[in-house]
Design a protein around this ligand. Sequence first.
Ligand SMILES: *Cc1c(COP(=O)(O)O)cnc(C)c1O
Length: 427
Amino acid sequence: MSDYKMSTKCVQSGYTPGNGEPRQIPIVQSTTFKYATSEDMGKLFDLEASGYFYTRLQNPTNDMVAAKICDMEGGAAAMLTSSGQAANFYAIFNIANCGDHVVASSTIYGGTYNLFHVTMRKMGIDFTFVSPDCTEEELNAAFRPNTKAVFGETIANPALTVLDIEKFAKAAHAHGVPLVVDNTFATPVNCRPFEWGCDIVTHSTTKYMDGHGAGVGGCIVDSGRFDWLAHADKFPGLCTPDDSYHGITYAEKFGQGGAFITKCTAQLMRDFGSIQSPQNAFLLNLGLESLHVRMPRHCENALAMAKFLKNHPKISFVTYPGLEGDKYYETAQKYMPNGTCGVVSFGFKGGRSAAETFMKHLKLAAIETHVADARTCTLHPASATHRQMNDQELEAAGITPDLVRFSCGIEDAADLIADVEQALAQV
Ligand SMILES: *Cc1c(COP(=O)(O)O)cnc(C)c1O
């Protein structure tokens, strides 16, 4: 980890060109890498030497970008994945196997909820979902002898709840397991979960990190602070020999800072192959170079929008953790004093039909299944992502039929508010 401030890390970390080398990170568009002798290559396959041999496992462009995100989060090691979904799947599957159990916050991204609740259950991994607002007692009661990890989102998409990271880390560590936090919405510019006891961070880099709606991607960062060998009975994958690598024990050979990411690359990426393309990694890096400039603007615009909506006679509620009076305002102030995210959600006194009319009349804000883009985008879940649900099912999922999710971009706040104001006038 470098000692530079976040802004400098966003621009400079991960790649330092030598004399006469390209200023921008090179896109190593090559599936494979050449070696002089079979012995040289054999050492790579035995994990005896480090080097590149096949892009499914590692690629220099991807590694430079992963190193930047690692430095931004203050971690020990990191890897890119093809998507945020792959990042969360790998982060959990690297330590939980068939017959194991994971405790997760109930307010998480719908795609992650499906992954855990449906697909990973089919693989024999059980999940207990707890409210992010649960008491320490309730949280501790969710653990079982076979629990291997705890999972939550810094700011949940789309619920906008804020995770009490210290509370979740304390419970995880009391039970000898790591806390995994999806830091997609806050980004390391606004929150660094490792500073609050989190052990592993994941990202959908598709969102603010890319920031321009250009490439789907993900990232996993390991803090290097979780002592796997101290809980060796729980983590045989890291603490006993791996037969598929000639009996290497990851936690011994690569140490606390290297074991998790090395195993994740050597086993899961080898077998599942959810790599990010070097082209996408290059685009992601361009996004990272301005993340520290964009995040404050996203937050400033979202706060202005939340304040405007709060006072509007046709609006029934506004949810934004950066808005004073919000249920999560105090928690957000503790973990993200400089800002939260650009996403605001709100509802209409006129119910579902008012929301539909409003959406129809927006001119600048685009209707998209996306958030966290430089361009403002919005979604009415009841008529899009959640349209198969009836009103009762929507209520149960915490999504009212009148709820609109509004992702403020980095345009001028006055233009965004004027657009919302004219659409509200039609309601
Ligand atoms: C979008 C999102 C994901 C999934 O990421 P993809 O890149 O779309 O696969 C995971 N977690 C959060 C919080 C997200 O917003």
